[in-house]
Ligand binder design. Structure first.
Ligand code: UD1
Ligand code: UDP
Length: 365
C-alpha cells in the first residue's frame, strides 16, 4: 500500500508527525509532500527536526500569496505528483489551503482522500479555514473526526459514511512529546517561572487583517503587562507584519515578544502558563491537555466543547473583555475536572489501523 501525505503549514507538521511515525511502524510506504505554504525555519524545518519527520519526497515551494493564487499553484503541482506516484490513498490534515488543494487534486483523480481532523465547524463562512474544511469533508472518503461533536456536524451535512471518531492526533503527540523535554531548561531560557506568566499567540486573518481588532488585542496585552503580569508572545510572521503595517507599539515592560518558538518549547510554555490568550485552534486544545485555560479573542471557535464545560472563554477582539477575562483566570484557582474529550492518546494508531483494514477489504473484493 502506498500512502501520500500532504502538509504545508505549522499545525500540519505536528499532526503528521505522529501519524507518519505510526505508518512507519507498520512498514507502510509513505510519500511525503510539503507544499511550502510555511517556509521560514521556525515555521517549518524546526518541526521536521524535533518530530523526526521524514524529509519531504517533494517540496513544492509554493510560498505565500492570495488564496486563489496559492491554492491554484498547489493544485497544479500536487496533481503532477499524484499522477507520477499513483498513491492508494491521500492523507490531508486540518483546514489550510494545503488541505483543500491536496483533497481537491486527489478527489478529481479518484484517489481516496482521508481527512484527519474532519467535522470541525465554526459556522463562520468568512473564515478561509471554514471553506477549506467543509469542502474537504465533502470530498473525503475517510473522515477521521476528533470528537463526537465533529461526528454530529458531519451528520447534519449528510455525511455518515466513512466517519470514524478516533480522537485527536494532537493529543497523542503532545502526551508523547512532553515526556521528552527538559521543562526547566525552556523556562530558564525565557526567564519564566511556572504558573507566573501568560502565553499569547495571535494569527487569525480576522484579527491580523483588521487594524481595529489587532489594536484592541495588543492594547489588552499591554494593559495586562502594565498590571505586572509577565506575557510571552511568540509572534507569527503574519502578525509581525501586521503590527508593523499598522504601526502598533508593542513595547511594555513585561511583554516579551519573541520569534515563533519550536513545538517542544511551545508545549512547555502552554503547560507552565497560568493563562493563554490565543486565537489558534491547536493551542486551545493543547492548553486543555495541560489544563491551562484559554481566553480566545474571537467570536466563535471550532472547539466548542471547551467553552461548554466552562474551561475556555470567548471574548471577541475586545480590549476590556480580554483584560477582564484574563485577570479573572490569572487569579482563580478553579478545580478542573478531568474530561477525556480528545480520546485516549491512540488516535494515530486507530487511523492507521482503519486505513490498513480498508486495504485488506479492497484486496479481498
Ligand atoms: C495558515 C492557515 C491557517 C493556520 C495557520 C497556521 C490558510 C488559509 N491559513 O495561516 O488556517 O491556522 O496557517 O499557522 O491556509 N509567512 C511568513 N513565513 C512563513 C509563512 C508565512 O512570513 O513561513 C507570512 C507571509 O507574509 C504570509 C502570511 O504569513 O503571507 C500568511 O501565511 P499563510 O500561510 O497564507 O497563512 P497563515 O496566516 O499562516
Ligand atoms: N506552535 C509552535 N510554536 C509557536 C506557535 C505555535 O510550535 O510559536 C504550535 C502549537 O503548539 C500547535 C501548532 O503550532 O501545535 C498550532 O499552530 P497554529 O497556531 O499556527 O495554527 P492553528 O492550530 O490555529 O491552525
Amino acid at each position: 500500500m502506498k500512502v501520500l501525505s500532504i502538509v504545508g503549514a505549522r499545525p500540519q507538521f505536528v499532526k503528521a508527525g505522529i501519524v507518519s511515525r505510526e505508518l512507519r511502524k507498520k512498514e507502510i510506504k509513505e510519500i511525503f509532500v510539503h507544499t511550502g505554504q510555511h517556509y521560514d525555519f521556525n515555521m517549518s524545518e524546526v518541526f521536521f527536526k524535533e518530530l523526526q519527520l521524514p524529509k519531504p519526497d517533494y517540496y513544492l515551494g509554493i510560498g505565500s500569496g492570495l488564496h486563489g493564487e496559492q491554492t491554484g499553484k498547489m493544485l497544479i503541482e500536487i496533481e503532477k505528483v499524484l499522477l507520477k506516484e499513483k498513491p492508494d490513498i491521500v492523507l490531508v490534515y486540518g483546514d489550510t489551503n494545503s488541505t483543500l488543494a491536496g483533497a481537491l487534486a486527489s478527489a478529481k483523480l479518484h484517489i481516496p482522500v482521508a481527512h484527519v481532523e474532519a467535522g470541525l465547524r465554526s459556522f463562520n463562512k468568512k473564515m478561509p479555514e471554514e471553506i477549506n474544511r467543509v469542502l474537504t469533508d465533502h470530498i473525503s472518503k475517510f473522515l477521521f473526526a476528533p470528537t463526537e461533536i465533529a461526528v454530529e456536524n458531519l451528520k447534519r451535512e449528510g455525511i455518515t459514511e466513512g466517519v470514524y471518531n478516533v480522537g485527536d492526533v494532537m493529543y497523542d503527540i503532545a502526551l508523547e512529546s512532553i515526556e521528552k523535554i527538559d521543562e526547566q531548561e525552556v523556562l530558564d531560557k525565557y526567564n519564566l517561572k511556572s504558573k507566573k506568566f501568560i502565553l499569547t499567540t495571535i494569527h487569525r486573518a480576522e484579527n491580523t487583517d483588521s487594524r481595529e481588532n489587532l489594536t484592541n488585542i495588543m492594547e489588552a496585552l499591554k494593559e495586562i503587562a502594565n498590571q505586572g503580569m509577565k506575557i510571552i508572545f511568540p509572534i507569527h510572521p503574519r502578525t509581525k507584519k501586521a503590527v508593523e503595517r499598522y504601526n502598533i507599539d508593542l513595547k511594555a515592560e513585561n511583554l516579551l515578544a519573541v520569534e515563533p518558538v519550536s513545538y517542544f518549547e511551545m508545549l512547555v510554555l502552554e503547560k507552565n502558563a497560568k493563562v493563554i490568550i490565543t486565537d489558534s485552534g491547536g493551542v486551545q486544545k493543547e492548553g486543555y491537555f495541560f489544563r491551562t485555560p484559554c481566553i480566545i479573542p474571537r467570536n466563535e471557535t471550532e472547539w466548542v466543547e471547551l467553552i461548554d464545560i466552562g474551561f475556555n472563554t470567548l471574548t471577541g477582539a475586545k480590549k476590556e473583555k480580554i483584560t477582564y477575562a484574563t485577570l479573572k483566570e490569572f487569579y482563580s484557582h478553579k478545580e478542573i475536572k478531568k474530561y477525556n474529550i480528545y480520546g485516549d492518546g491512540k488516535a494515530s494508531r486507530k487511523i492507521v489501523e482503519i486505513i490498513i483494514s480498508h486495504e485488506n477489504y479492497m484486496d479481498n473484493k
